[in-house]
Design a protein around this ligand. Structure first.
Ligand SMILES: Cc1cc2nc3c(=O)[nH]c(=O)nc-3n(C[C@H](O)[C@H](O)[C@H](O)COP(=O)(O)OP(=O)(O)OC[C@H]3O[C@@H](n4cnc5c(N)ncnc54)[C@H](O)[C@@H]3O)c2cc1C
Length: 436
């Protein structure tokens, strides 16, 4: 088997490297961070893992397939020595996802989003929501709660750890604190310049095939091989806040109220600018869990990718999050004053967004306009990447190694949706015969 080099060891890079190593490929992952993951899109311990979608929805398919792939990974790890129990509950946790819709919007989306899936979700109006779900919702709204298994929260940190164990057990290598500073192709072989961030020495690695999974840094990684990529994918930042109710106020809540808060998360409000809230960490003893809250749509451009992690988040974004957080608590009939809300931390997190807003898992064109099937780019998963990570990884591995079994209808739909190499259509030809 040839050498495959994976650039970026976040959730996507680790997932693809695992799928490649599982199939016997010789993989090497280059990750600029240390073993401790601190600054990528996959940072943190919680992502909403939504399961419900239209019947033929590729994102719901990606979620289901990922759950299956996680199970396979854990089975492999559990069979390995030294024996250590790896459990799916470490990766998926908390209760199924709840959505709040304006009534008219719910009936509009119901036809295509929830059709023929009656058994997989429950709904409540303002008259029944408190009885059914312990939540009081406004008159003109509908609350939808998923019922599917593993709808809830996915822990990217735990999953990355397990994927990395799997990669190494299959003979793959991971180089931490190494940064890719150049990627070119010379006579059918990729030449990748890798800077050791500790020793400051650069070495050149050769690889027959390459996966680019460097998240927000994707265009930067491809600046030599496919310079047009800065027009295909753009890094964005989004504020996320980690909040809790103060210990004194939380101690005053009844068990019923505490229970309703736990069961009402993850929560996704589709009213106005989308707002999400989910449990990042359970509280110590009988204290409030740390709740991550934010809005995916409040995305902002990044001026300097190197500084974004240390940049102060915008005040107005934080104000908006806190306001929505209190409103959400009021639905559980939990009334707290501003001073009862503790801000554990707030930071900017980065996204990478494609111009079409659709994720890409695809071979790409080089700077001369010719399609290279030995390089696959995986990115642009904004708010849905985590829940489907191993499905996108499966597709990327198939694109590089060839598919070994007959594709199902849904798999073919997914290929059509994400694996479209015509990303060069986003560019304008300056001169005939030249892309740039
Ligand atoms: C705030 C926020 C909320 C989200 N919410 C959800 C959600 O609720 N549900 C959901 O399913 N998804 C969600 N997502 C999306 C999901 O988390 C991401 O799609 C996924 O984690 C992206 O993983 P990645 O591997 O592509 O990127 P990253 O995690 O950023 O990985 C890229 C890696 O490449 C490394 N790298 C970059 N450049 C180089 C280089 N030159 N050399 C070496 N290494 C390099 C970086 O250090 C990094 O580790 C959310 C994302 C964000 C930011």
């Amino acid at each position: 088997m040839e050498n495959i080099l994976v650039i970026g060891g976040g959730l996507m890079g680790s997932s693809v490297a695992w799928k490649l190593a599982e199939r016997g490929a010789k993989v090497i992952v280059i990750e600029q961070q240390g073993k401790q993951y601190t600054t990528g899109s996959s940072y943190g311990t919680a992502r909403i893992s939504r399961s419900l979608g239209p019947k033929k929805d590729v994102f719901s398919y990606a979620h289901k397939k990922t759950v299956k792939e996680v199970t396979n990974l854990l089975d492999f790890l559990n069979a390995e020595k030294p024996k250590k129990a790896h459990n799916i509950d470490e990766v998926y946790s908390t209760s199924p996802v709840s959505y709040l819709f304006r009534r008219e919007d719910y009936y509009k989306v119901k036809k295509f989003r929830f059709k023929k899936q009656k058994r997989d979700f429950r709904t409540a109006s303002s008259n029944s929501s408190f009885r059914k779900f312990g939540m009081s919702i406004p008159d003109d709204t509908i609350l939808v709660r998923e019922k599917r298994l593993y709808s809830g929260t996915l822990n990217p940190t735990v999953l990355i750890d397990k994927l990395r164990i799997g990669i190494e057990k299959k003979g793959g290598k991971i180089k931490y604190e190494h940064q890719v500073v150049g990627l070119v192709k010379k006579e059918a072989i990729f030449e990748v310049s890798v800077l050791n961030l500790k020793t400051k020495k650069t070495q050149k690695l050769k690889a027959a095939k390459v996966i680019v999974a460097s998240g927000a840094y994707l265009a930067e990684t491809l600046k030599d091989f496919a310079p047009y990529f800065n027009r295909v994918i753009t890094p964005k930042k989004v504020v996320q806040s980690f909040l809790k109710i103060s210990d004194e106020r939380y101690a005053e809540l009844t068990d019923l109220e505490k229970n309703a808060i736990h069961k009402g998360l993850p929560y996704f409000s589709q009213i106005g600018k989308e707002y999400f809230a989910l449990i990042e960490k359970t509280g110590k003893g009988d204290t409030c869990p740390i709740i991550k809250a934010g809005g995916h749509q409040r995305r902002r451009n990044i001026h300097d990718l190197a500084k974004v992690w240390s940049e102060k988040p915008q005040k107005k974004d934080l104000k908006w999050i806190k306001k929505r957080f209190r409103k959400h608590l009021e639905m559980f009939e939990v009334y707290v004053s501003k001073k009862d809300i503790e801000e554990v931390s707030t930071n900017n997190c980065v996204y990478a967004e494609t111009r079409s807003k659709i994720p890409i898992v695809t071979p790409i064109f080089n700077k001369y306009g010719s399609l290279d099937r030995n390089i696959v780019v995986i990115g642009g998963m904004s708010g849905i990447g985590a829940k489907g990570c191993l499905c996108y990884a499966l597709l990327a591995a198939d694109l590089l190694l060839g598919k070994s079994d007959k594709p199902s209808k849904m798999y073919r739909r997914m290929v059509k949706a994400f694996a479209n190499p015509s990303v060069n259509l986003y560019t304008k030809r300056k001169k005939r015969g030249h892309l740039f």
